[in-house]
Write a protein that binds this ligand. Structure first.
Ligand code: ATP
Ligand code: MG
Length: 208
């Protein structure tokens, strides 16, 4: 996968990290809007193996989450999926992932794409200040979260590194989708139909 990426002439890369348990249209709309707005050559989805902040919660095994991300991104030529965090031992830290891509691709502009909730937690991430120096961030609006905090406080220092992206609000979350599946409520149109079919086939989220 990474070798294939290297073959192409990439000048700007978006990285979309997440647990993707499961991937949904909120993730896809965010990645697409970021790619369009910032003229990104590729957006690479990076499913997390052992998210350090989600150790309390039961997470679907990494291969199922990876397959769902593959299914969701297969018909967009700008979208790709990386197994980098799945194959790394121990917890996944964004700083390590960003550094691997920088090393592999050399002089590329890297944009790490997040939703509003994730950017507001960035200072809980390992080496947050370092990450903010090494790549730019695109922070998409997300219903229920305000980006107004980005104007002041600790964020002030990084105002040239964090770009806000207004997207059509999609009040979709993986947590809600998991609960819907468990409660036998519909999830149709909240995520790609191939992902919905895969959830059914593998009987995911029935007893979370
Ligand atoms: P969970 O409810 O399990 O936390 P989630 O829907 O928040 O799942 P994650 O895998 O945690 O999905 O999120 C990955 C990234 O996608 C994060 O940066 C998050 O902010 C962003 N994101 C997720 N859903 C949306 C959405 N509806 N709109 C904008 N950004 C989103
Ligand atoms: Mg989340």
């Amino acid at each position: 996968m990474l070798d294939e990426l290297l073959k192409e002439d990439i000048k700007s890369l978006g990285i979309m990290g997440g647990t993707f348990d499961p991937i949904h249209n909120g993730h896809l709309v965010t990645a697409q809007a970021a790619a369009y707005q910032y003229d990104l050559d590729q957006v690479i989805f990076v499913p997390s193996a052992n998210p350090p902040h989600k150790t309390e919660q039961k997470i679907t095994n990494a291969e199922d989450r990876y397959i769902m991300v593959m299914l969701a991104t297969m018909n967009n030529h700008k979208f790709n999926v990386s197994r980098i965090e799945l194959e790394r031992e121990g917890p996944s830290y964004t700083i390590d992932t960003v550094r691997v891509f920088k090393e592999l691709l050399g002089e590329v502009d890297i944009y790490f794409i997040t939703g509003a909730d994730a950017i507001l937690e960035i200072f809980t991430w390992k080496k947050a200040h370092q990450i903010l120096k090494e790549c730019k961030f695109i922070a998409a609006t997300r219903p229920g979260y305000s980006l107004s905090k980005l104007k002041d406080g600790i964020y002030e220092k990084y105002r040239n590194q964090i770009f806000q992206l207004e997207i059509p609000g999609l009040a979709i979350s993986s947590t809600d989708i998991r609960q819907r599946v468990q409660n036998k409520r519909p999830i149709k149109y909240q995520l790609p139909s191939a992902v919905e079919a895969y959830i059914k086939k593998r009987r995911l989220y029935l007893d979370t």
